[in-house]
Design a binder for this molecule. Structure first.
Ligand code: HEM
Length: 467
């Protein structure tokens, strides 16, 4: 572990299950987006949900329920006009602000004015209920139950984002969900050396900098019944065991992607597949190009224990600009690739990804869901610095060939080669943002606290600490 600190054990019974599992045994899923004109209805619905939430120490076989809340949702539930400072700034102000549109690449065809949901200018999203089920019948019944509970409290269902039945391929046909960070302190026994400290993904624990992640701390008077865990200073810790959930609906232009690849490869099918794999950095089976440079090798489909520096320093196998190499450069981060400094530099920029694919009429894509304790340093850094920019790389290409927003004008993709490299120009945009929001996935006690409604002494919270 980079800090030399022994990881604290996560309080799994208070953490929502999504943090530690992707519910792979529950192939059906839907995310219900809710707006409450009246706070009482929202409180009632949240109280109903509290009793159903799946915790990190459950192993559900039929269904799972997790609940996330937006900043507007917390304001409505608690009656606070301002959220405690310890809530991160991106969460408090939301995904759709002028500044964030710019840094996330939500301009041009990604502009929130064209979004299906999540726009700041529309009726605010308050709550998202995430439902997972063993089969479609259970899921349909659970969606109906949320609808009827919502109706009873005058809460509006804005949208139900129903996913495809779980499969391991994304809409372009590539295996997804292979690489996930290991969170220390989850399982009994020693953590592997690559495990990241739990504070990277859960508030209230030490992170890779040896600090407790910034989190909302309240005044003792705001929690008279001591529902919340006290931090070391005695302040009720609303953040403890919670985390931030990024949700983005990403439409994938499947025909556009394969059409462009085919044409760029001169209608040669094998060359086309190789170019597509170079764009992703893994073959359709999941095999990393760093280990399978010339042809797909399904036996390597789940392999995640590899680096780039020793086998592929300049990207002859896996281009430096490939999607997976941009979003996780592993041991090849400049200025000192191949050193511990490079590995350490990447560790604070990891995400737990929990996305699932969707089909909606002709539209196919990914409900991208990611969990992190620090929205600015993790999701936004990766999105802004690595996907839509060149931070920490020596790349000439302006953005990610697969996912990039093409916000810097014409895109390009460089495939290093000997004796000469090949540069593809004017890549179309293959992925378009259709909606999105930042949410908080509270610990179970914190969710109970929020559902209980306003307290005395609101709006004079203690400052969040980062010590
Ligand atoms: C529709 C959009 C996207 C598609 C089709 C896509 C596809 C993929 C695929 C096929 C992989 C390789 C499989 C794996 O390692 O799990 C992957 C990995 C990954 N993607 Fe994406 N992705 C998309 C959007 C994003 C976005 C928006 C982010 C972050 C802001 C992101 C971050 C990552 C990360 C961190 C990895 C793991 C890389 C590693 O650790 O080696 N992806 N993605």
């Amino acid at each position: 572990m980079s800090t030399g600190t022994t990881a604290e054990r996560l309080e799994l019974s208070d953490v929502q299950g999504l943090v530690v599992r992707g519910y792979g045994k529950l192939p059906c899923a839907a995310y219900v987006l809710l707006h409450a004109p009246e706070p009482d209805g929202l409180r009632r619905l949240t109280r109903w949900a509290v009793g159903r939430v799946t915790a990190g120490d459950d192993s559900p076989t039929d269904r799972a329920v997790n609940v996330a809340v937006t900043a507007d949702g917390i304001r409505a539930l608690t009656g606070w006009t301002d959220l405690p400072d310890g809530f991160s700034e991106p969460f408090r102000t939301g995904m759709d602000t002028e500044y964030r549109n710019r840094i996330l690449g939500d301009t041009g065809s990604n502009d929130p004015r064209g979004w299906l949901w999540g726009r700041a200018a529309t009726q605010p999203l308050h709550l998202m209920v995430l439902l997972y089920a063993r089969d479609a019948a259970i899921l349909a019944a659970d969606v109906e139950e949320v609808r009827s509970q919502a109706r009873a409290g005058g809460v509006r269902v804005q949208r139900v984002l129903t996913t495809d039945e779980l499969r391991d391929r994304d809409a372009f046909g590539f295996k997804d969900g292979v690489s996930q960070p290991t969170i220390a302190g989850v399982s009994d026994g020693a953590d592997p050396p690559e495990a990241l400290l739990p504070g990277e993904f859960v508030l209230g624990y030490r992170n890779e900098y040896g600090q407790r992640s910034e989190r909302p701390l309240l005044r003792a008077a705001e929690d008279p019944t001591k529902l919340l865990v006290r931090d070391r200073s005695g302040a009720p810790d609303l953040g403890r065991n919670g985390t931030y959930l990024v949700v983005r609906q990403l439409r994938q232009d499947v025909e556009g992607f394969w059409g462009w690849v085919r044409q760029a490869a001169g209608d040669d099918e094998a060359k086309g597949e190789h170019l597509a794999a170079r764009i992703v950095g893994r073959w359709p089976s999941g095999a990393p190009l760093a280990l399978a440079p010339t042809a797909d090798d399904p036996a390597l489909g789940d392999v995640n224990d590899f680096g780039y520096h020793d086998v592929d320093p300049i990207g002859l196998r896996c281009p430096v600009g490939a999607h997976v190499r941009r979003v996780n450069p592993r041991d090849s981060l400049p200025p000192r690739p191949g050193t511990d400094a490079s590995l350490r530099g990447v560790r604070p920029h990891r995400l737990v990804r929990r996305g699932r694919t969707y089909t909606d009429g002709d539209e196919r894509g990914l409900y991208f869901l990611a969990l992190n304790a620090n929205l600015a340093r993790q999701f936004e850094f990766i999105q802004h610095g690595w996907l839509n920019g060149n931070a920490f790389t020596t790349l000439d290409d302006p953005d990610d060939p697969l996912v990039g927003a093409r916000m810097h004008g014409p895109s390009s993709f460089t495939v290093p080669g000997q004796p000469v490299r090949r540069r593809y120009r004017d890549l179309p945009q293959f992925v378009q943002v259709r909606g999105g929001a930042y949410l908080f996935l509270p610990g179970l006690r914190a969710l109970q606290f929020l559902a209980a409604g306003p307290r005395t002494g609101s709006d004079q919270h203690t400052r969040g600490s980062d010590a």
